[in-house]
Design a protein around this ligand. Structure first.
Ligand SMILES: NC(=O)c1ccc[n+]([C@@H]2O[C@H](COP(=O)([O-])OP(=O)(O)OC[C@H]3O[C@@H](n4cnc5c(N)ncnc54)[C@H](O)[C@@H]3O)[C@@H](O)[C@H]2O)c1
Length: 304
């Protein structure tokens, strides 16, 4: 008995990296899986792997940020298996550059694949579930780069912070219909991170100990995604989780940490110039910008 027996799921960007691991894990747990991929050969290889392991996979080739393709993903699941239970929005790209070096094309490409790629598929899936009066699960893929803020990734970080917000908002809209929406911030060694960090990519924390567990292996993220796709997680929605190695973290969304008030009258800019420091004194926060990645509990690299 698998956690997802008789269920049907879609994974976007399932041809390699985290998405591949997620598609294989969902199939191992009993789900039939639509492998969404822009790279046909990579997607076909994963469908073959699913079949070889005795599971059911279906390749659907295209760009998940195009609304027609997104609708096609849902239709493909319904045509082949007659139902849809879970959607994993995973597809993503990087175009890292500091703001002044970033071209409008690099900005648009990243925003489109991630944000529109989440919107288009999720809207199509939620529309289907609402029409059928059925429950559903959506797993979104955010990143610590967005919710903590990483140097050189204003396009990617903006998209990923947007995805975390998207998950929290659509979760509220879907809650009374049994539709849950959660986001993960994964960390793993994939083509994407090898491209970003090159040889700065560190091994597992226990690398020099006699430890077999490969902490940064991409497949380590998949079991939590399978859980979020199952009935077992029906009471959890609108949450952002960090997932890597053998750890799952729960993030608290932005929260107000301190306040100053002006006795019921509008501030003048001069008064504010005098008193804003109180906010920093009360919280111990630095007024200068900080790279939030330095606060990571589990870091893939030692880069600052
Ligand atoms: N690897 C990490 O440590 C890490 C950290 C934080 C977030 N993420 C996120 O996890 C997700 C997966 O990343 P990965 O590391 O496995 O990357 P990857 O590059 O190994 O795999 C991404 C896959 O998505 C596919 N893809 C890209 N654009 C697509 C599109 N428009 N439509 C359909 N498929 C598309 C690619 O062809 C590729 O197979 C991404 O959203 C990424 O931003 C990864």
């Amino acid at each position: 008995m698998g956690l997802l027996d008789a269920r049907v799921a879609i994974v976007t960007g399932a041809g390699r990296g985290l998405g591949r691991g997620e598609a294989l894990e969902l199939a191992r747990e009993g789900a039939s899986v639509v492998v969404g991929e822009v790279d046909e050969a990579a997607g076909a290889a994963v469908v073959e792997e699913i079949s070889a392991a005795g599971g059911q996979g279906l390749l659907y080739v295209g760009d998940c940020s195009e609304t027609e393709h997104a609708q096609g993903l849902i239709d493909a699941a319904l045509e082949r298996w007659g139902r849809l239970d879970a959607l994993v929005n995973n597809a993503g790209i990087l175009r890292d550059r500091t703001l002044l070096k970033m071209t409008p094309e690099e900005w648009d490409a990243v925003i489109k694949v991630h944000l529109r790629g989440h919107y288009a598929t999720t809207a199509a899936a939620v529309r289907h579930w609402r029409h059928e009066g059925r429950a559903g699960r959506v797993v979104c893929t955010a990143s610590t780069s967005g919710i903590l803020g990483n140097f050189g990734q204003s396009n990617y970080g903006a998209a990923k912070a947007g995805i975390a917000a998207f998950a929290q908002i659509v979760a509220q809209e879907g809650w009374k219909y049994g539709i849950t929406v959660n986001a993960i911030c994964p960390a793993a060694r994939t083509r994407m991170t090898e491209g970003a960090y090159g040889d700065k990519l560190a091994g597992s924390p226990g690398e020099d100990a006699e430890e077999e567990f490969d902490f940064w292996h991409p497949d380590n993220v998949a079991p939590f995604v399978a859980y979020l796709c199952s009935d077992a997680s029906s009471g959890i929605s609108g949450k952002v989780f960090g997932v890597q190695g053998d750890t799952v973290e729960l993030y608290r969304p932005f929260s107000s940490e301190a306040a100053i008030e002006n006795g019921g009258t509008r501030w003048t800019a001069d008064e504010l110039a005098e008193r804003v420091t109180e906010l920093f004194e009360a919280t111990g926060m630095e007024p200068a910008p900080q790279n939030g990645m330095a606060r990571l509990r589990y870091s893939m690299t030692s880069r600052s």
